[in-house]
Design a protein. Sequence first.
Length: 139
Amino acid sequence: MKRAQPFWIFVILCIVGAMLAGCGAQEPAWDTFDGALNEKSFPVPKEASSPDRTTTNVAMDYVRYSLPWMKEKKGIPEPYLDVIKDWGWIEQDSENSGSSRVFEKEGLIVHLTVHDGYFIVMIPKEKKVTTKGLKSKSK
């Protein structure tokens, strides 16, 4: 009977450890932010990781950030929206409260889209129009 006692202690410790690990997965405190890779004035949670910066899209400059607890159905968390506004960004269509939002600051537009486990910060690339050779000739 004494040989079974260490086994049961081990089983109980494993159960308690599993319970503590499950309770430990919480959302961030929303207190530390860095500027996005594609726009330094747009906040991104410090916990978010970005394995790569994608620039192959001709219309958008975008960066994908991983955050495992983010869910598309829940949309953008309110604490994150508050920080975005605190950094001076204004939401363009406040009636849209889904997983995709558009923000503006000093003429710059940023699209923020939440998916399951990640979010994307997108900035439309501007088409530069030159007026070279478009001067009208006057007589």
